[in-house]
Design a protein around this ligand. Structure first.
Ligand code: ASP
Length: 439
């Protein structure tokens, strides 16, 4: 069994954290491939090195003196190097970075240096080979990640290497221009490496012991999720459950490699396994509950809309013309509702309404704002009767009015719309009925 291990910024924020990471890696010979993030926050008031780099580069770009900000970044690394009693000297690296900043090498280059430098330290600390991501993670000129080219080049390079540190978050174009993934993108690098190396498991080490059934800011000490499928995770992260970068599942999923979310500060916890499929039912009828506030539902009514060919297409075109994404579209016989993000919609609402009138000639259009959507997700739902009934009973019991119900045809989730004001109470009610009372 061979593993890729990726460590997030909080796991590498200080020498103390590095030492925990070192003992995790050394505990298992199988942990051969390491992906570090940049040093994160040491405490809640601290600044992530990536953010310091963005700030420093902004000064450079504005032609200001950025030497103070760059020195502060170097100090973060020096503190780690000293704490680990290493001989690593980053002076030359910082001279190059300074020169490249002066020559305006680009904001993505700037941000990538956080992982690059941390990778150098990590490789020294572990005695592993440092592999610069700019050589093996490929992007096109527009910054799109080239999955297949990367997989070919990276797997070839890995054949001649035994234990490797590959910094996360960035890569480069064929001409060597550094590009980054979106924020949190080291998770993606870990997944790419897992696929290219053909490992058995991708361990993603962070500061929580995996996914929880729901948001701990809403429900106190929610139960952990032991095992979750990629599909369930996709539903939950779409609704705002963030532990792993959304794009990180694609490379490993393609090759059937499971991801194990683990906690660097509590390595004794098993964490959450993310798998393609499993015969294990979830611990409760549902796997997770997530949600988001701030939707608007635009309700279009027209008699006999059901027999009007192209009605749905024209209704959606009204949104498309204003560049607005639609999130859900439940429909009735003579009604059709389109759910969109409120902040995106607000500035363009009159434009959209006019287009709806022009394109669909409706009897009426009304708008319901400040709606929250809650997704109740679970692979076990399919084989359990009465899930929806229990959700509705729980909400009714708590005097919560349901504005919308949408059950995906996969029977993997039920989405419920409630007023923003009822959001937290609704999640608590659903959690209680399935988890606290274990039915
Ligand atoms: N350091 C980058 C960020 O802060 C990428 C990562 O940590 O995954 O977003």
């Amino acid at each position: 069994m061979v593993k890729v291990v990726k460590f997030g910024g909080s796991s590498l924020a200080s020498a103390e954290q590095f030492k925990k990471v070192g003992s995790i890696i050394r505990a298992e010979e199988e942990r051969k491939y390491v992906v570090p993030s940049a040093p994160g926050k040491r405490d809640s008031k601290d600044t992530k090195v990536t953010d310091m780099l963005y700030g420093c580069y902004a000064e450079a770009e504005a032609g200001k003196d950025f030497s103070g900000s760059l020195a502060a970044i170097k100090a973060r690394y020096d503190e780690i190097i000293q704490g680990l009693e290493l001989k690593t000297d980053l002076t030359k690296e910082f001279e190059t970075i300074k020169k490249n900043f002066e020559e305006k090498a680009g904001v993505q280059y700037a941000a990538s240096r956080g992982e690059y430098l941390n990778g150098i330290i990590m490789a020294d600390y572990l005695g592993f080979t440092f592999l610069d991501a700019a050589e093996v993670i490929l992007f096109d000129e527009e910054g799109n990640f080239l999955a297949e080219d990367t997989n070919a080049i990276l797997s070839k390079r890995l054949k001649s290497l035994d234990k490797v540190v590959l910094p996360g978050f960035y890569g480069a174009t064929a001409d060597g221009v550094v590009k980054t993934f979106s924020r949190g993108g080291s998770d993606i690098t870990g997944s790419i490496l897992a696929r290219a190396a053909g490992v058995d498991l991708y361990e993603n080490w962070t500061d929580v012991s995996g996914f929880l059934v729901t948001d701990p800011r809403i429900v106190k000490n929610p139960e952990p999720i032991n095992i979750i499928t990629y599909k369930e995770l996709r539903e939950l992260s779409y609704m705002g459950a963030t532990v792993l970068h959304e794009d990180a599942i694609f490379p490993v999923r393609k090759s059937g490699i499971p991801i194990n979310i683990r906690n660097t500060n509590r390595p004794q916890d098993a964490g959450t396994m993310i798998v393609e499929n499993t015969c294990k039912q979830s611990d409760y009828t549902i796997t997770g509950i997530a949600g988001k506030k701030g939707f608007v539902s635009v309700n279009i009514e027209k008699a006999q809309m059901n027999s009007e060919i192209g009605f749905g297409r024209r209704a959606l075109e009204a949104f498309e013309l204003s560049g607005i994404n639609f999130e859900h579209m439940p429909s009735g016989i003579d009604t059709l509702s389109v759910f969109v993000h409120q902040p995106e919609f607000e500035g363009k609402e009159q434009q959209v309404l006019a287009a709806i009138h022009r394109l669909t000639d409706p009897d009426s259009v009304d708008i319901d704002s400040d709606v929250a959507l809650i997704a109740v997700v679970g692979r076990s739902m399919k084989s359990n009767r009465g899930v929806a009934a229990r959700i509705f009973a729980a909400l009714a019991h708590n005097n919560i009015n349901i504005k919308m119900i949408d059950q995906g045809s996969s029977e993997l989730n039920i989405i419920i719309g409630v007023s923003n004001n009822d959001f937290e109470a609704a999640i608590r009610a659903i959690y209680d009925i399935f988890v606290s009372s274990r039915i």
